[in-house]
Ligand binder design. Structure first.
Ligand SMILES: Cc1cc2nc3c(=O)[nH]c(=O)nc-3n(C[C@H](O)[C@H](O)[C@H](O)COP(=O)(O)OP(=O)(O)OC[C@H]3O[C@@H](n4cnc5c(N)ncnc54)[C@H](O)[C@@H]3O)c2cc1C
Length: 415
């Protein structure tokens, strides 16, 4: 039987960050990964805050070598209304840029660097069961040819993303409080991108209330394009997934002007019902990180940032535990992880309810620069900065600002 101090399930960004930090603490780490890399996964627009976690894990330099498209901000559009956020204007001190990445290449680069550090990754090994013992566990993994083997570990970090290994085995899953949404997306050629002042940020187009589009340009000239909304928005369309995405593109004037005659790099894909959470983020002998804890929504690109920040935080606590130092899962992990998720939850809800678009698309003279910089920091992923009122009192701050802007608009209408 193989033995290790920590078994990490999943070699996505969260697992790679956890594994690297644990190794820095001198612990023996092993990663098991169901797929063969490079593999596709969605989640291509990063937030500046994630750079801190990659730096802490010693994974930033390998990413810099890949030449990914730099991302300096986020642009929101509704018809002719535009609200452009530049991360250099943000309130919180920190990173003011990041990347837009094809995840197959990005995750592969991370995993290769983890292996180069001497951490074994067993690709095409899927976790099928875990037997819990008093101070350890024995995990059964099955390889692509069906052969099973056991790995004994003092602790398990479950970073299995949409695989949700431990919540499924222990029946911890619980529904999210967000409604189920759908997306149709593809990578596309983007020959006219320069005419749209691209490619150095994500563009979000509010196509109709509750239906929005992401456009994420990549360094080699293609762009990720996806429509997201309630399933009802897609019911009137028919044909293949690519036919439906093509029809959606043609139905939006801004998106059609840029992508109406562009090619799909691969057949469009459809996803739905991604929001799910769990009863608890840790237990005897394990912790959950990244998407396994809770994934909210693609709006605001929070996924990878929450994944690597939670991965880094969990690894630090596991190291303390295994070295016999004091630690507190509730205070040091559960509460801060949930606090960050809750800030994004407010922004996601307020986007779909329309409050955020009232703020974003208010006349530029009425959206005060200080408030804009504070909201910009949330969009950059700095959702733990309690000196930012749009973090500390996220819900109230957004509602108050929307109300003030509404009053100003009404007064201007009366004048
Ligand atoms: C439509 C949509 C759009 C999104 N857009 C963005 C975006 O723009 N920006 C952003 O930051 N996030 C985005 N996300 C979220 C993003 O996909 C995730 O948050 C991110 O990939 C989480 O990283 P992770 O490391 O936790 O998990 P993953 O990247 O999913 O990695 C988990 C790994 O675990 C492996 N695994 C699973 N089961 C097993 C098993 N049984 N045994 C062994 N290994 C296993 C998987 O193969 C996988 O490689 C989006 C999500 C959706 C649904």
């Amino acid at each position: 039987m193989l033995e290790t101090d920590v078994l990490v399930i999943g070699a996505g960004p969260s697992g790679c960050v956890s594994a690297s930090i644990l190794q820095k603490h001198g612990l023996r780490v092993r990663v098991v990964e169901r797929e063969k890399f490079p593999r596709f996964v969605i989640g291509e627009s990063l937030l500046p805050r994630c750079m801190e976690a990659f730096e802490e894990a010693g994974l930033l330099e390998c990413l810099k070598r890949e030449g990914f498209q730099e991302k300096f901000g986020a642009k929101f559009m509704r018809g002719d209304d535009v609200c452009d956020f530049s991360f250099t204007d943000q309130f919180t001190a920190g990173w003011n840029w990041t990347w837009q990445v094809p995840r197959a290449q990005f995750d592969h680069a991370l995993a290769q660097e983890v292996q180069a550090k001497g951490i074994p990754i067993d690709f095409e090994h899927s976790v099928v069961g875990i037997a819990w013992e008093k101070d350890s566990s024995v995990t059964t993994v099955r390889d692509a040819s069906g052969v099973e083997r056991q790995i004994k570990a003092r602790f398990i970090i479950d970073s299995s993303g949409y695989g949700r290994v431990i919540p499924r085995l222990l029946k911890l899953d619980k529904p999210s409080d967000l409604p189920s949404r759908q997306t149709y997306f593809a990578h596309m050629s983007d020959r006219r991108r320069l005419a749209f002042s691209e490619p150095n940020r994500i563009t979000i187009v509010l196509s109709q209330p509750g239906l929005w589009v992401w456009m994420i340009p990549f360094a080699e000239g293609t762009t990720s394009v996806g429509f997201v909304g309630d399933p009802a928005h897609f019911q009137g369309f028919s044909g293949t997934t690519s036919d439906i995405l093509r029809s959606l593109i043609q139905a939006d004037p801004h998106v059609a002007a840029r992508f109406g005659d562009q090619d799909f790099i691969w057949e469009a894909r459809k996803l739905e019902g991604w929001s799910v959470t769990t009863e608890k983020f840790y237990g005897d002998g394990f912790v959950l990180t990244g998407n396994v804890t809770e994934f909210l929504d693609p709006m605001f690109s929070s996924g990878v940032t929450l994944a690597v920040v939670s991965g880094a935080r969990a690894a630090g606590i596991v190291a303390k535990k295994l070295m016999g130092l004091p630690y507190d899962w509730e205070e040091e992990y559960m509460k801060p992880t949930l606090a960050g998720v809750d800030v994004f939850r407010t922004y996601v809800k307020s986007w779909y309810e329309g409050t955020l678009s009232e703020i974003f698309f208010a006349p530029s003279h009425s959206f005060h620069a200080t408030f804009k910089s504070q909201i910009c920091s949330v969009l950059a992923g700095y959702v733990w900065d309690q000196s930012n009122p749009f973090v500390k009192k996220h819900d109230r701050a957004l509602k108050n600002l929307a109300q003030v802007l509404r009053l100003q608009r009404d007064q201007q209408g009366d004048a």
